[in-house]
Design a protein around this ligand. Structure first.
Ligand code: NAD
Length: 359
C-alpha cells in the first residue's frame, strides 16, 4: 500500500475528492488514503484553515491529492495553496494540456506540458507600497544608482531570477521530458528586454540543455510564444517558464484544450508533491453533486504516474477519455447545451468512469 494524503478541501472539493478517490481505488492502485482537512469549513472548527496535522501528513507521506480550497477573504489568512507550496518548497508547477475527444474546443490535437517555476519572479511577494518609507527609500537608492528615474508615487514589485532556481526548474523540465518520452523543451523568456533576469534564465537554460543531447532544445520570446501557441500549438511539447509567464500561459493552454474542466496540475518539490486541479472551489455549486470531477481525477492520473503506478494511471486516463468521448454520462459543462437535462452529477460521472475501468 502507498500512503497518500487526501485533502478534501471545501466548496465543491469534498464531493470531487470522493469521486476521485473511488475512481483511483477502482484501478487497484492500492492507495492507503490519509484524509486531511483544509479550507474554510475546518477554519470554523479549528480556528485555522490549515491544521498542523494536515501539513504533517503531507510531509510524512510526501504525496498529496488536493481538492480545491477557498482562499478566505478578509480573515488575515494567506492563500493556503500558496502557503503549502512555500512550506513544502514545491518549486515546480506541472500543467499538462491535452485534447480529449468530446471536449468542446477550437483545437483537436494538443498535447503540451507546461513547467512553471513556482518560487521566484514577480510572484516572490517582495513588494513596496507607494508612498511608504521603505518604498521611498528604495526609490531614492535606485535613482542614485540608475540614469532612469522612478517617480516618487510609484509602487514597486521585485523580480528575482536566480541561477539556482532556474537551473533547478530547467533540469526538472528536461528530466520530465526524458522520463515521459517527450522530444523537445522550449524555454520561454523576454531576454531581449530584461537582460539580467530573463537573460540569465535563457543562459542557464542553454547551459542545462547541453546535458540533455537526446532532447531537442529551443527558446521563444514570450509574446511570440503566445502567438505560436494559438497558431500552431502542435509544434510544441514541453515548455519551461518563469513564474509569471507560466501562470498566464497555463491559462492560455487550458483554453486551447477546452478549459478548467479538464485542466489537471501538480506542484512538485524535492520533499513532496501536491496534485490538484487548476480550477477553484466554485462555492456556488457546493453540495449539489453537479460539477465536473475530471480535472481532479486527471490530477490523480499525474499522481499515479509520479508514484510509479503507470499501468493504473493509463487505465484511469483511458476510462476518463472514453466517458468524455461518449458524451453521455458527463456533467452539464461538457454538454453542448449547459441546461441539457441528460447531464449527470459528479458522482454518476465517477460511476461511469469506474464502469469503464472494470470492463
Ligand atoms: P473557480 O474555478 O472556483 O470557479 C469559476 C467557475 O468555473 C465556476 O463558477 C464554475 O462555473 C466553473 N467551474 C470551476 N470548476 C468547475 C468544475 N469542476 N466543473 C464545472 N464547472 C466548474 O474560480 P473562482 O470562483 O475564481 O474561485 C473560487 C475560490 O476558489 C476562491 O476562493 C479561489 O481563491 C479558490 N481557488 C482555489 C484554487 C485551488 O484550490 N487550487 C485554485 C483557484 C481558485
Amino acid at each position: 500500500m502507498t500512503n497518500v494524503t487526501l485533502i478534501t478541501g471545501d466548496g465543491i472539493g469534498p464531493e470531487i475528492a470522493e469521486a476521485t478517490r473511488r475512481c483511483i481505488d477502482a484501478t487497484g492502485a492500492a492507495i492507503n488514503w490519509e484524509i486531511a482537512e483544509a479550507g474554510v469549513d475546518v477554519m470554523a472548527k479549528k480556528g485555522t484553515p490549515l491544521p498542523q496535522e494536515t501539513i504533517d501528513s503531507v510531509r510524512k507521506n510526501g504525496v498529496a491529492l488536493k481538492s480545491p480550497i477557498t482562499t478566505p477573504v478578509g480573515t488575515g489568512f494567506r492563500s493556503i495553496n500558496v502557503f503549502l507550496r512555500q512550506e513544502l518548497e514545491l518549486y515546480a508547477c506541472l500543467r499538462p494540456c491535452k485534447s480529449y475527444k468530446g471536449v468542446r474546443s477550437r483545437y483537436s490535437d494538443i498535447d503540451l506540458v507546461l513547467v512553471r517555476e513556482n518560487t521566484e519572479d514577480l510572484y516572490a511577494g517582495i513588494e513596496f507600497e507607494k508612498g511608504k518609507d521603505d518604498c521611498l527609500e528604495l526609490i531614492n537608492w535606485l535613482n542614485k544608482h540608475n540614469k532612469r528615474q522612478i517617480k516618487n508615487d510609484a509602487g514597486i514589485s521585485i523580480k528575482p531570477i536566480s541561477v539556482t532556481a532556474t537551473e533547478k526548474i530547467v533540469r526538472f523540465a528536461f528530466d520530465y521530458a526524458r522520463k515521459n518520452g517527450r522530444k523537445k523543451v522550449t524555454s520561454v523568456h523576454k531576454a531581449n528586454i530584461m537582460k539580467f533576469t530573463d537573460g540569465l534564465w535563457l543562459d542557464i537554460s542553454r547551459q542545462v540543455a547541453k546535458d540533455y543531447s537526446d532532447i531537442e532544445f529551443e527558446d521563444r520570446i514570450v509574446d511570440n510564444m503566445c502567438m505560436q501557441l494559438v497558431q500552431k500549438p502542435e509544434l510544441y511539447d514541453v515548455l519551461v517558464l518563469p513564474n509569471l509567464y507560466g501562470d498566464i500561459l497555463s491559462d492560455l493552454c487550458a483554453g486551447l484544450v477546452g478549459g478548467l474542466g479538464v485542466a489537471p496540475g501538480a506542484n512538485i518539490g524535492d520533499k513532496g508533491a501536491i496534485f490538484e486541479a487548476t480550477h477553484g472551489s466554485a462555492p456556488k455549486y457546493a453540495g449539489q453533486n453537479k460539477v465536473n470531477p475530471c480535472a481532479v481525477i486527471l490530477s490523480g492520473v499525474l499522481m499515479l504516474r509520479h508514484i510509479g503506478k503507470t499501468e493504473e494511471a493509463e487505465l484511469l486516463e483511458k476510462a476518463v477519455a472514453a466517458v468524455i468521448a461518449e458524451g453521455k454520462d458527463v456533467t452539464y459543462d461538457m454538454k453542448d447545451d449547459r441546461n441539457d437535462p441528460t447531464a449527470v452529477g459528479t458522482s454518476q460521472m465517477a460511476d461511469a468512469i469506474i464502469r469503464k475501468i472494470e470492463n
